[in-house]
Design a protein. Structure first.
Lengths: 358, 382
């Protein structure tokens, strides 16, 4: 035993080789997924009720000056923001779900487990039904601003409670469930008093839509991802260690409480932005990470980027499908995301020999 | 001779009163059975004297059907008229201040719920409900519970199948209110007004009919386009006015969410948004404030703003001055013949050159409503 560690033998060389192979495989999988995603984005941009050819679409993207005003609007103001919004929001939800499952050590956790989406829906309902703006001076964006504000307030409350009761997954989940039911009840109150138009708007908001995408929103999503994702990547060894068990992670020198709190802050920001821009889109944040885990395993260096990519793939596929069902009609994406991801998910479950959640 | 005439007159008077009394007792003895819009048989032992309205906007149809005070038999309503058509509410309020103050408010019609106790407390004989609440009312047992307490429920419809159900709904309400003669007059007026358009439109071949897109509640949401109607309600009004309704070509549903890209691609000949005075209950909406207090100068600006939304400037309808706005509440009122007429006038200005919609709207008020026409009910982008 001692000899082996001091003088690495053939067995250790095998281990190193296997490690390198695993590493290469991880990189390969991530690159592969990224390539599939780019194909989907291209498909997303070239499909739509307006009949624009593949070549023409690309010419207009490369040289906007040649576009007719109509093409300009369709490609630059409608299709591109929606396609990129699908990618960024999908990635945000994928990452948020992956880390929520990690810090709560719970395979059923998703970005909205702790009541964030109910809080956001309640915020949106405050704006839609009562016309209240939580954040002053945001003008027409007040539905979005309310949803974001309520989601962030909820996560602050969550921090506060967990500071009082200790930063354990149990405490977080139980407080989260309390939040969830509180906001659902408040939301039901508002729904009860809503008019026909308000109800239609509220339900449409809750079911989620990419139709509200704009360049500004895409920019915000990119910025948030650009801040949170590198931070999560930098903590990936600690997060991987956390998955081996709290005690082991602590023994390896990880400050588990601090890690949980900081990751929760990142997850809150990701989910709050995503939900306030496109509505409460379920499933992506839950199943995206599971698909990634089944493909690449628990190591966060592969798991994290692949979760982001899986989330983005599901959302991009949803965006394409929602346009293809009946050209010209907008379908809420919340009801399509599940249908897009589930066949692939089932296939993976059937193909798995070992248990993927330990 | 003189005495004889007197006796004859006296006898005549007695006979006449006897006939009246006999008729009255006959009417009392004979229960009134009507079939409502849900196809239910509703039997009244005597005419209801205390009625609760499932929607405040049912006053749009009760007002033209009653000769005196339209609130005479109404004891309670829901607050949709107050909140979503404050202009019309103030018209009623000005004419009958004591009545609008007296009515019991049963809350939000869309919640589809009633406080049964409050209905019974008011000694109600009849609750009139929109047929859209049929399912909920049966599911929650509202109809059954009220029935057990001796309160009748009848369903009417001016929204879901507006053009088909308006006449039967008016007939039903006329009988229930004991205003059959007045109802017959109003129905005759309604039919005549509808025929003014349909008689001309029938002769227009399908291929010559323009494509029309309806934007339901334009400006209600600032970041999403558009809600529309399938072949129902305003979608149906467009079809009756001789247009091809864009959303009907996509889906056979009451409400259709159309995408802006699809709208740009279809590039309809006319774009018609609906609007009402919603700004009082929702200050952030950018809707056209049509109604009894509508101000053409304000609405012209608001219409410009709607036309300036992303992508709308590229629509042919906007460029060619065929972007219009019309009073939203026509969607839930027997006055929708005004909408059909005005849409027809927009689509076929030459064929309907002599159709004076303003005059017809004024006639509706002069002959049937307890207040004068005023304000603005439709507008076109300049």
């Amino acid at each position: 035993m001692v000899e082996q560690t001091i003088f690495p033998g053939a067995e250790a060389a095998e281990l190193v080789k296997a490690y390198k192979q695993r590493h290469l495989r991880r990189i390969g999988l991530v690159i592969g997924a990224a390539m599939v995603l780019s194909c989907l984005v291209v498909l997303d941009v070239i499909t739509g009720p307006a009949n624009l050819s593949f070549a023409r679409t690309f010419q207009v993207i490369l040289d906007p000056s040649i576009a007719s005003p109509k093409e300009q609007v369709i490609i630059w103001k409608l299709r591109l923001p929606v396609a990129l919004m699908a990618v960024t929001v999908g990635a945000m939800l994928g990452v948020a779900g992956a880390e929520m499952q990690t810090i709560l050590n719970n395979p059923l956790a998703d970005p909205f487990t702790l009541g964030l989406s109910s809080a956001a829906s309640f915020g949106a309902a405050l704006a839609i039904v009562l016309g209240w703006s939580v954040v002053p001076g945001v003008g027409g964006l007040f539905v979005t601003a309310n949803a974001f504000a309520l989601a962030m307030i909820t996560s602050c409350l969550l921090f506060l409670f967990t500071r009082l009761r200790g930063v354990t997954p149990e405490a977080m989940i139980l407080v989260g469930i309390a939040m969830l039911f509180t906001f659902n009840a408040l939301l039901a109150f508002l729904q009860y008093g809503a008019s026909e138009l308000q109800l239609a708007q509220l339900i449409f908001w809750q079911l989620g839509s990419l139709a509200r995408a704009s360049w500004g929103k895409v920019g915000v999503c990119f910025a948030v991802l650009a801040v949170v994702l590198p931070y999560f990547m930098s903590r990936s060894w600690a997060l991987t260690a956390l998955r081996m068990g709290e005690e082991k992670a602590a023994a390896l020198g990880v400050n588990v409480s601090l890690l949980r709190m900081s990751v929760l802050a990142g997850v809150s920001l990701l989910s709050a932005v995503a939900v306030s821009f496109v509505g409460a889109v379920a499933f992506v944040g839950l199943v995206g990470p599971h698909i990634a885990r089944m493909i690449v395993g628990e190591d966060q260096r592969g798991f994290l980027p692949l979760s982001a990519l899986c989330g983005a793939l599901i959302m991009s596929g949803t965006s394409i499908a929602s346009k293809a069902i009946t050209p010209g009609i907008v379908y809420p994406i919340g009801m399509i995301t599940s249908l897009i991801g589930i066949p692939f998910f089932i296939l993976l479950i059937l193909g798995q020999r070992k248990r993927h959640w330990q | 001779m003189f005495l004889g005439t007197k006796i004859c007159g006296f006898l005549g008077a007695i006979t006449a009163s006897a006939i009246v009394i006999a008729q009255a007792s006959e009417a009392q003895a004979e229960a009134l059975t009507v079939t409502d819009i849900a196809g239910r048989q509703v039997t009244f032992a005597e005419l209801p004297e205390k009625i609760v309205l499932g929607e405040g906007r049912m006053m749009y149809s009760i007002a033209p059907l009653t000769t005196g005070n339209p609130f005479e038999k109404i004891v309670g309503w829901k607050d949709d008229l107050v909140l979503y058509d404050p202009d019309a509410f103030r018209k009623f309020e000005a004419a009958f201040p004591a009545d609008t103050a007296r009515l019991i408010n049963f809350g939000n019609p869309y919640a589809g719920d009633f406080s049964i106790e409050a209905v019974l407390e008011a000694d109600t004989d009849l609750v009139l409900l929109d047929v859209g609440n049929l399912f909920k009312a049966e599911e929650t047992g509202l109809v059954e519970k009220l029935g057990a307490a001796g309160v009748n429920v009848a369903f009417v419809d001016f929204r879901r199948n507006a053009t088909e159900n308006t006449v039967p709904s008016l007939l039903l309400m006329g009988r229930i209110l004991g205003e059959e003669k007045r109802a017959a007059e109003f129905i005759d007026f309604y039919i005549a007004q509808m025929r003014k358009v349909t008689n001309v439109v029938d002769g227009i071949p399908a291929e010559d009919r323009p494509l029309v897109a309806i934007e339901n509640a334009a400006g209600w949401q600032n970041d999403f386009c558009c809600w529309s109607f399938g072949p129902y309600n305003f979608g149906r009004f467009v079809e009756l006015a001789g247009g091809v309704n864009y959303a009907s070509t996509l889906a056979n549903a009451y409400s259709v969410d159309i995408s802006l890209e699809g709208l740009l691609e279809a590039d309809p000949d006319h774009l018609i948004g609906t609007g009402a005075n919603w700004i009082e209950s929702r200050p952030e909406v950018s809707s056209i404030l049509l109604g009894y207090e509508g101000d053409p100068a304000v609405n012209a600006e608001k219409l410009q703003a709607l036309a300036a939304r992303t992508g709308f400037a590229e629509l042919r309808a906007v460029k060619e001055g065929n972007m219009h706005s019309i009073y939203h509440q026509f969607y839930n009122s027997p006055y929708h013949f005004i909408a059909v007429q005005q849409i027809a006038k927009w689509l076929y200005p030459d064929d309907f050159e002599d159709l004076d919609v303003d005059a017809n709207f004024k006639e509706l008020h002069d002959r049937f409503l307890p207040f004068e026409a005023s304000g603005q009910f439709w507008a076109t982008l300049e």
